[in-house]
Design a protein around this ligand. Sequence first.
Ligand code: ATP
Length: 744
Amino acid sequence: MDTRLGVLTSGGDAPGMNAAVRAVVRAGLDRGADVYAIYDGYHGLIEGESHIRKMGWNDVGGILHRGGTIIGTARSEEFRTLEGRRRAVRNLLRHGIDRLVVIGGDGSLTGANLLRQEWADHLQALVASGEIPQEIAARHPFLAIAGLVGSIDNDMHGTDMTIGADSALHRITAAVDAIASTAASHQRTFVVEVMGRRCGYLALMSGIATGAEWVLIPENPPDMDNWEERMCQVLREGMRMGRRDNIVIVAEGAQDRHGNPITSEYVRRVLEERLGEEVRVTVLGHVQRGGPPSAFDRILSTLTGVAAVETVLEATAESEAYLIGIHENKIVRQPLMECVAKTHAINAAMAAQDFETAMAMRGRTFQESFRIMRTLVRAMPHPPTPGQRRIRFAILHAGGPAPGMNAAVRAAVRLSVDRGHLPVGVQRGFRGLIQGHLEEMGWMSVNGWAPVGGAELGTSRKVPGGSDLYAIARNLEEHQIDALMIIGGWAGYQAALRLYQERENYPAFNIPIVCIPATINNNLPGSELSIGADTALNSIVEVVDKIKQSAVASNRCFVVEVMGRYCGYLALMSALATGAERVYLHEEGIRLADLEADIAQLIRGFQHGKRLGLMIRNENANPLYTTSFLAALFEEEGGDLFDVRIAVLGHLQQGGSPTPFDRTLAARLAARGVEFLEESFATHHAEAPAVCLGLQHGAMQVTPLEQIPRLMDERYQRPREQWWMSLRPIASMLAKPDPYFQPE
Ligand code: ATP
């Protein structure tokens, strides 16, 4: 018997929904099912007819980069009625669909679950009224449901991120960066209102990412009654210390401790009255919802879409409805109604002004970010406590520049100064440490650094050796450095390891050392993600979108070369996010037989109406089968059928303003780094700890440097285990040509 599944998008639209639809359609077809798109959400399900359309492989081609949802979305009052849902069931049965993937917010998912629960009753009623024959009812005894959360607010329990939230943060961050530059020119204060009726995620994360002065969110209202005065004091103080722009971010649903709304207009009035200056409000509104999805949203949607198909295909009459989400960097499924209930419980806690419960239920990262934000927004640090241990630590970069390095330094400096410590900036990485270019940093020396790309402190790839070590030891002693914080790539890790291994010869190196991963290559041990990789990925995806559009008039195949050294992270993830049909990684190598198969596939594709080919090659995928070699080979073999162009993306991948994710990751890692230094001094060690920090399974982890040789493949400068390698089959399944294509 054939299997038919439906997919619909419902409620508010969110960037990334198209990638989810593409993944559901293609994964369904790949598994041998027929897939139907239900246009305009539940409205379309009730209307039936042309709203329910069978989808082919190519119907979802070329949509990854598009915002919104190509199959439309709606809100439907009728679906809230039993009658409406009965019509929906009738239409599903007419098409033989008994598996449904719903992409929407908690309302849409609750509606889907209701449909599943009522299914048997609807069948009975429809048979009784003669609208469907008994054998059809017997053939579809249950409805299987999988839900993906499409919502820019990130307001749903059961997934760390909802589809669209990262893209919305991109829009907000870009807007606030732009406002900040005009605000600075006029020394003006701006209030920016962002979406989030019941969830402060967007306000909180954009506050950290942009370096805003004050942030108001629904879950954690200011804990004093005269917060207005405190806010004005922070802004006044900031101006006095030399800040030229002041930004206050207000979540749509912000409220005070008593549950009274705090509107952006109210904040504006307060600021104008008390600061005695003109204050402007910008309500970002629907701009936040629109625009192309970020790389993360495309990948999240793709992976959860594929998992949703697996879930509905495996379902039995006993299965629950599942929500497919991401937790601790893994795709997970959880009982849908439990997630809905917990989401409602957070909202209820906020309504009852039980903010402690609301914050606790938002989870670890949210709480950690809130604490970081509270310190970073302060105009002035707390004064040091008399008699406290003040750690004088050097901060330096190493390796290539990675967007987000400045955000990390800014957070490390401010968070440490606030705790009474003394950060010392080193110019140009280990070169500066050798030459003695060290300078104390203060609260205002990192003002405005959060959105800036590159590395203000400068960086170098220098890994010290020989007489350098003596110079470093002398400088550490001369500048009375107690600890080292290295924010950088593999060169930094190698240098740290060298200092650690030379401790016997140089007692000055017996100080706590902490490495924070920052490289676009994402090739470091102890962390699933490094600062800068998300920005590089988004830069690649943006350029590839443009390259694809440039090929409209011709039959063309592009070979795009991306960075990463010997690590294929950027290549594979950009292939997933852009729908490239082939990705060449050093980890897999390239064999002649593979190339022959690729050529045959390209030729077949172009012969059957394909207009564009996209191959992504990691810069070091193979020393002989270079990018130009591949292009020449495809060109020659393609004959008149298609031509081939090369795009070597080069250094644009290392530059640019960091994405919100890289900025917030930088702040979180820096916060953990400062904490680690304090812990190192809190307990006495004969040998000072030396570690690298990282994000693993959603949490900040500490890995001793001595484990690096075990974890790293030093020859190819990449970790021996790379979590993202398991995503390769999904990338190749989704990007293959239409498996059902029948030549005429
Ligand atoms: P957003 O996060 O954008 O608000 P949502 O999915 O929560 O998304 P809703 O307007 O709550 O948006 O729901 C979308 C549609 O889902 C509704 O118009 C309605 O058709 C259906 N729906 C919502 N809640 C229920 C419910 N309790 N029972 C049946 N159907 C529902």
